[in-house]
Design a protein around this ligand. Structure first.
Ligand code: NAD
Ligand code: UD1
Length: 336
């Protein structure tokens, strides 16, 4: 199958490209490299032994998408391309809606016009807002507090309507919990610009000595040790979820939603402890005020993905931090 991977040069996309190639699929990446580095393609090739076809372009540029679909006979699309920083989305909402929503509309339009109606879409646990109970199931009420989350929810709703209007569409909406870790080779991993916003890359920079200490956002949550609890999922497990979702598209029609999480939550301090063990480094930290917009607890009920996709996360926290640390310590400057 020829799979178009939008955003395939990014963190989750690059790991998914490796697994797609290893599973015998042909991969074509469409990415504007706004948050990624072309060196990633050499690394993917080093791991899989196969070159990656790459078309540099922006999903906001409909003509560029049309050219790709005219040139290649694309069987399915995995759509990762998007902006993902919550804080940035609050200060630059129009850029986020244009990039994520308008760009996605272009893509779906061009797919429909070319009769390509198999799609796997990257959504986020952000669409659950602040749930009342745990674990979080796919049919929980949806709400979100920021333009990033809104953009994901809008795209989900668009795709649900598309699936209802035309049953030829086969769509999986994957709601990721907290992706961390890296390919076990240490060749690819997350390479955030500037100071990381997310916990694991921040802790990694502290372990490297590039940042002096971790600020732990809140020590008074109703959790095991007062710090926030999240469902961290190894990026390789997440990538595997995309392959399983892609295979399942052949068996059903319409639009289905799946949680991709492990079902287990860990606190910030548990992550810090695991990272210190894996790296053999001290992780100095101080507890500071809660971060605005954060919730206390989030973890998935992954039963539906297990039953319907035959997917289950394999890696525990120790593996996630070990792989994250290998990538970060062997590539302190990321792909530069
Ligand atoms: P990433 O930033 O590493 O990858 C996204 C890729 O999309 C980048 O290579 C970027 O250059 C590209 N891109 C962005 N806008 C584009 C555009 N207009 N045209 C073409 N390419 C464009 O992010 P990631 O962590 O790999 O996330 C992938 C997807 O998963 C995103 O849609 C994100 O919102 C979603 N997601 C991520 C997380 C997470 O924690 N990483 C959690 C939930 C959902
Ligand atoms: C954040 C986003 C979410 C997005 C997800 C993955 C916010 C409010 N939410 O989720 O929409 O889907 O990233 O990209 O930005 N923490 C610290 N110190 C830090 C960083 C984080 O204590 O320097 C804590 C947070 O308070 C939280 C946990 O670590 O309890 C995980 O944080 P993070 O990795 O940023 O992920 P989320 O907040 O879950």
């Amino acid at each position: 199958m020829l799979v178009l991977v939008t955003g395939g040069a990014g963190y989750i996309g690059s790991h998914t490209c490796v697994l797609l190639q290893e599973a015998g699929h042909e991969v074509l990446v469409f990415d504007n490299l706004s948050n990624s580095h072309p060196e990633v393609f050499n690394r993917i090739t080093q791991i899989s032994g196969q070159p990656v076809a790459f078309s540099e372009g922006d999903i906001r540029d409909k003509a560029a998408l049309e050219r790709v679909f005219n040139q290649f006979d694309i069987d399915a699309v995995i759509h990762f391309a998007g902006l993902k920083v919550v804080g940035e989305s609050i200060s630059e909402p129009l850029r986020y809606y244009q990039n994520n929503v308008e760009g996605s509309l272009n893509l779906f339009d061009v797919m429909a016009a070319n009769g390509c109606k198999k799609l796997v879409f990257s959504s986020s646990a952000n669409v659950y807002g602040d749930p009342d109970s745990f674990p979080i199931k796919e049919d929980f009420p949806l709400s979100t507090f920021n333009p990033y989350g809104q953009s994901k929810l809008m795209i989900e709703n668009i795709l649900k309507d598309v699936g209802r209007a035309d049953p030829d569409w086969e769509i999986s909406l994957l709601r990721y919990f907290n992706p961390v870790g890296a390919h076990p080779s240490g060749l690819i991993g997350e390479d955030p610009n500037g100071i990381p916003n997310n916990l694991m890359p921040y802790v990694a920079q502290v372990a490297l000595g590039r940042l002096p200490q971790l600020n732990v956002f809140g020590g008074d949550y109703p959790t095991i040790d007062g710090t926030g609890v999240r469902d961290y999922i190894h990026v390789m497990d997440l990538a595997d979820g995309h392959l399983k979702a892609l295979s399942a598209l052949n068996k059903k029609h319409g639009c289905e939603v799946y949680n991709l999480g492990t079902g287990k939550g860990y606190s910030v301090l548990q992550v810090v402890e695991a990272f210190a063990q894996a790296s053999g480094r001290d992780i100095p930290y101080q507890i500071v005020d809660r971060r605005s917009g954060d919730i206390a607890i989030s973890y998935a009920d992954p039963t539906r993905s297990q039953e319907k996709l035959g997917w289950r996360a394999q890696s525990g926290l120790a593996q996630m931090v070990e792989d994250h640390w290998r990538w970060q310590s062997e590539n302190p400057d990321g792909f530069e």
